[in-house]
Write a protein that binds this ligand. Structure first.
Ligand code: SF4
Length: 350
């Protein structure tokens, strides 16, 4: 079934054969609280014959989202606690988030900002709020990097993006402009010469961090969109979320990380899923995550290794979760594990 328009309502999903009519009531209740959107590129990837399809799991709403557990919270990574002015999150000294827009081309069912994004979310920053956000960046010389996130900043028109990058170009102490986006995968046709030109800030280095979670998302069209970005001189890194049922096995993770590297995207973060409301069906334990990350070591090239990371709930920033390969006893003797589990004293006894 070819569907040329984005799916945005429970009725759209039933008509596209992605939700059974008998579940329409539950899905309508989910839609009252959380936004829905699936682009044609992602709809085309879904295997309707597979009830556990990893693409469908990411985008098609599920009645499990109606369950909010005790530990889940509306602002799981504590953006609001670190927002000095509207649209800015200043959590670490040398960088800020600039959340210009709270709209995405797709709405991920595990989204960590699901209470802020979507048609009923925080919307797009007004021009007055934008002025205040740029004034804040200009007044803080310690800000070396500005990360455009949201929402997905690449839904903005090239004209709006160019305005942002030109204003950042004029701030001497900002050296890096980074965009967090799913667009090259979920709407690759949007990545054209005009958009690419708009991402570049004169005198600064532009990074695009691509969010993708399953190797099937790296279609030929997605890879071509990424190639256009990289060929233009933009540096790409990846971000993925470790998700039960989507990528919580070593083969899938290995294939995903290799697909990134083949596409000239350096694997950067593998996020432990955040405590966003209605997402407990996606979460695995940190111990399970560590076992998967340990299994990647040695199995795939060092180029393909992401950093397994947790955003500490409450806004305390990121903490690496990687299993340790080093043990030290009380006398300071060091034992190092190899990727097969063998232990070796360091330095070796002669
Ligand atoms: S693209 Fe990012 S911000 Fe948008 S719904 Fe997905 S995880 Fe949330």
């Amino acid at each position: 079934m070819t569907i040329a328009r984005p799916l945005k309502t429970p009725k759209d999903l039933v008509e596209a054969d992605l939700v059974e009519a008998e579940h329409l009531g539950d899905i309508a209740r989910v839609a009252e609280r959380y936004a829905i959107a699936i682009t044609p590129a992602m709809t085309a990837l879904i295997d309707r014959n597979d009830p556990a399809d990893p693409i469908a799991l990411q985008f098609v709403p599920d009645a499990a989202e109606l369950v909010t557990t005790r530990e889940e919270r509306d602002d799981p990574i504590g953006d609001l606690a670190h927002s000095p002015v509207e649209g800015i999150v200043h959590r670490y000294p040398d960088r800020v988030l600039l959340k210009a827009v709270h709209v995405c081309p797709v709405y991920c069912r595990f989204c960590f900002r699901r209470e802020m994004v979507g048609p009923q979310g925080l919307g797009t920053l007004s021009s007055e709020a934008m002025d205040k956000a740029f004034a804040y960046i200009a007044e803080h010389p310690e800000i070396w990097e500005v990360i455009l996130t949201g929402g997905d900043p690449l839904v903005l028109s090239p004209r709006r993006l160019a305005e942002i990058t030109q204003r950042l170009s004029a701030i001497e102490h900002v050296k890096i402009v980074r965009f967090h986006s799913r667009v090259p995968v979920v709407e690759p046709e949007r990545v054209d010469a005009e958009l690419i030109a708009a991402l570049k800030a004169s005198g600064k280095t532009t990074y695009v961090a691509l969010h993708a979670n399953h190797p099937r998302e790296l279609t030929q069209d997605a890879r071509a969109a990424c190639a256009r970005l990289v060929d233009s001189g933009i540096v790409m890194v990846s971000q993925s979320v470790l998700l039960k049922g989507v990528n919580d096995d070593v083969d899938t993770l290995a294939e995903l990380m290799r697909a990134f590297v083949e596409t000239r995207i350096k694997p950067y973060y593998l996020h432990h899923p955040d405590l966003a409301p209605g997402t407990s069906h996606f979460r695995l334990s940190i111990a399970e995550g560590q076992a998967l990350v340990a299994a990647l070591r040695g199995r795939i090239s060092g180029l393909c290794q992401p950093t397994y990371i947790l955003d500490v709930p409450g806004g305390y920033g990121k903490a690496p979760l990687a299993p340790s390969f080093v043990e030290m006893d009380e006398d300071g003797a060091v034992s190092v594990s190899d990727y097969r589990g063998g232990k070796h004293r360091y330095p070796p006894e002669s």
